[in-house]
Design a protein around this ligand. Sequence first.
Ligand code: FAD
Length: 285
Amino acid sequence: MRISELYGPGRPVFSFEFFPPRTDAGFAALYRTVAELKRLNPDFVSVTWGAGGSTRRKTVDIVIRIQQDIGVTPLAHLSCIGSTPEQLARTLDRLETAGIENVLALGGDRPPDYAAPPGAFNHANELAAFIRSRWSFCLGGACYPETHPAAPSPEADLANLVRKVDAGIEFLITQLFFDNTDYFAFVERARRAGIEAPIVPGIMPIISIASVRRVTSLCGAAIPVELERALAVVEHDDALTMQVGVEWATRQCRELLDRGVPGIHFYTLNKSPATRSIFQSLLEE
Ligand code: FAD
C-alpha cells in the first residue's frame, strides 16, 4: 500500500513509529509492542534509520518482518548520513525486492566527528531526487513546525521544504510538538508557500521526565508553561508523569482531529501503553 494514497478525504490515518533496538531482548520486546499496537489497526508503522552500520541493516530487517510476518504496511526511514549513493542504492534495491513500497527520505543528523563518505548526499531533497531517479517508492519527508534547529530562519527552512517537496516528497510528517498553535501556524505558512502535500502531526506522549528532556534538547521542541507546571508537580513519580503526558497528548490529538488533520503519527518510543491509552480515549468519543 502506498501511504500517500491513504491520506485524503475520509477518516484520519494513524501511524506508529519505532526504532531498531540494540539488543536481542529489545527485538523481542519490539515485535511484542508492534503486535500489541496492531490490534489498534494502525494504517502503517515506521522504523527509524540509525547513524551506525549495524542499526541500518536492522531497519531493513524490521520493516520486512513487519510487512511479511505481522502484516502491517511499513514505512522505512532512510537518511543521507554515512552512506555512499551506492550503499543507499543497495538498501533501496533490497527494500524494493522485498516489496516495501514506502520510504521516509531524511537528511539525518551528523554525528559530532562526522566525515561524509565519497559522494554522500547532504540533504533530504538530494536523497529524494536520487530515489525518484531509479525507484518508484512512495516518498515521505520530515518538517518542523517550530523550525529545524540548524535553519538560519523559518523562511529559509520553509524554502528548503519546498525544494524537498519539489524533489518528489508526497507527504510530510512533523517533528514532535506540544503546542498545536505551532502546527496550525506552520501548515498555514506551508500552504501559502505552495506546499500541497499532507502535513501529518507527529505526537510524542511523554512517558518519563528523562526521555522528554533528552528528546526536546535534541529536537528543540518547546514545552508550554502549562505542561511544564503539570510535569513539575509529578516529576518524581513515573506513573503520574505518564498520566500527565497521556492527558496532554490526548487533548492535543482531539483538537487536531476536530480541526481535520490528515492523520496522526505517534512517536511510540517502542512502548505501547501510552499510545494505546491515547488511542482508546480517542476511539471512545
Ligand atoms: P533536511 O531536509 O536536509 O533539512 C535539514 C536542515 O538543512 C534544515 O535546517 C533545512 O532547512 C536545511 N536544508 C534542507 N535542504 C537544504 C538544501 N538543499 N540546502 C541547504 N540547506 C538545506 N533522524 C535519523 O537519523 N533517523 C531517522 O529515522 C529519523 N526520523 C525522523 C522522522 C521524522 C518524522 C522527523 C521529523 C525527524 C526524523 N529524524 C531522523 C531527524 C532528522 O533526520 C533530523 O531532524 C535532521 O537534522 C534533518 O532531517 P531532514 O530530513 O529534515 O533534513
